[in-house]
Design a protein around this ligand. Structure first.
Ligand code: DHB
Length: 394
């Protein structure tokens, strides 16, 4: 006999966990499954920038009690090119800010909140497929860590299982999505060192892009543009510091032990369909953005805020309108974020094989932004995040 729940959520990342948290506030029961262990989820390093609206949701709904206390408010970023730094002041232009608070800390908070509420949250459960997607009673089929069969019947199945998840297939079939690859990647490091800068530096240099970010007074996160097939273990620490330092002329980087290295691929993707019957996609299962501008998790949160409202109307008021409209409503923000991520990426990264013309044009584009109030305002508005619709009241 399959278990039954109102909403079966595949994926215990930010999208799935936040959705289950918001649904619980409406009295809607859900089950969340994830193939990974709790430890894996809580220790995987991802981006660290939260839009103001994301912070308001996490704090305002009790999803994270630590984000305001332990996160660091940032009221601007620096764009650096041609040897000069230019500050984009978020507070002055749009009266908003972002918070530096790593994604895995958000996940720890969400998992703790869900378990404290007695949530049915199953780690080590791998969904293998979704059945009866076109009906009113879709079903998640999979297996637990011991290989026992798992079946969960639901009123609605939500795919929050990321870009390699299994739910996407049930929704998009062969229709797939809009896709773009980039001819570069980011080499990311975590190191034990004091901050080299109080704010983030996005640097365009002739050798390639670099981003100086932070994690805490003792731990720093930095990235530099590299080839997509770069082996993260091939370079020595000294070579990595040399590469990074050459790309942020004007700042002396404070070096320290590098304890994590990874290579992040750059892709843009939007699924052609986000819903089929009662099966719906959110977050990376529905779309991927390249990392420049840190929109990935914030976009997942925006999807989930909309979907929680739509599910409340569907499952409590028996009103299908918001649920039917969800893909189109979500898509509008998704494409704005796709554009912003693509734009930040292309403005800041020299393309492999770029000509002198390309290089000079790119500097012209950067100068257009930093010397214009409208340019500052667009960047600040998009970076801090467009308003979220349907903010649930506390
Ligand atoms: C970080 C990642 C990003 O993609 C970005 O644009 C800014 C910061 C980070 O991991 O700190």
């Amino acid at each position: 006999m399959p278990a039954h729940t109102r909403v079966a959520v595949v994926g215990a990342g930010p999208a799935g966990l936040l959705l289950s948290h918001l649904l619980d506030r409406y009295g809607i029961e859900s089950v969340v499954v994830d193939s990974r262990s709790r430890e894996q989820i809580e220790t995987t390093i991802r981006a660290g920038i939260l839009e103001q609206g994301t912070v308001e949701i996490l704090d305002g709904t009790g999803a994270s009690r630590r984000v305001l206390a332990e996160g660091h408010k940032h009221e601007g970023i620096e764009l650096r090119f041609a040897g000069e730094g230019h500050r984009i002041d978020f507070a002055e232009t749009v009266g908003r800010a972002v918070w530096l608070y790593p994604q895995h800390e958000v996940l720890k908070d969400l998992i703790a909140a869900r378990l404290a509420a007695g949530q049915d949250l199953r780690f080590g459960v791998t969904a293998t497929r979704v059945e009866d997607a076109g009906t009113d009673r879709p079903r998640v089929v999979g297996k637990d860590a011991e290989g026992n069969a798992v079946e969960i019947d639901a009123d609605v199945v939500v795919g929050a299982d990321g870009s390699r998840g299994v739910v996407r297939e049930a929704v998009t079939g062969a229709r797939g999505g809009f896709f773009r690859e980039y001819p570069f990647a980011w080499f990311g490091i975590l190191c034990e060192a004091p901050p080299s800068s109080q704010e983030l530096i996005y640097s365009n240099s002739p050798d390639g892009f670099a981003l100086i970010s932070q994690r805490s007074p003792e731990i720093q996160r930095m990235y530099f543009q590299c080839a997509p097939d770069t082996d993260p273990e091939a370079a020595t620490d000294e070579q990595l510091w040399e590469t990074l330092q050459a790309r942020v002329p004007g700042t002396t980087l404070r070096e320290g032990r590098i304890f994590q290295r990874d290579v992040l691929r750059f892709r843009s993707f939007v699924a052609r369909e986000m819903r089929r019957g009662r099966v719906v996609l959110v977050g990376d299962a529905a779309h991927t953005v390249p990392p420049t501008g840190a929109k990935g998790m914030n976009l997942a949160v925006a999807d989930v805020v909309l979907l929680a409202e739509a599910l409340r109307a569907l499952l409590i008021d028996r009103d299908e309108r918001l649920f039917d409209a969800f893909p189109e409503t979500a898509r509008q923000r998704i494409w704005k974020a796709q554009h912003f991520s693509w734009w930040m990426t292309n403005m800041l990264h020299p393309q492999p094989g770029a000509s002198e013309f390309d290089h000079m044009r790119q500097l012209g584009e950067l100068r257009t932004v930093v010397e214009s109030q409208a340019g500052h305002t667009y960047l600040a508005e998009a970076y801090t995040g467009w308003p979220l619709s349907g903010l649930p009241a506390d």
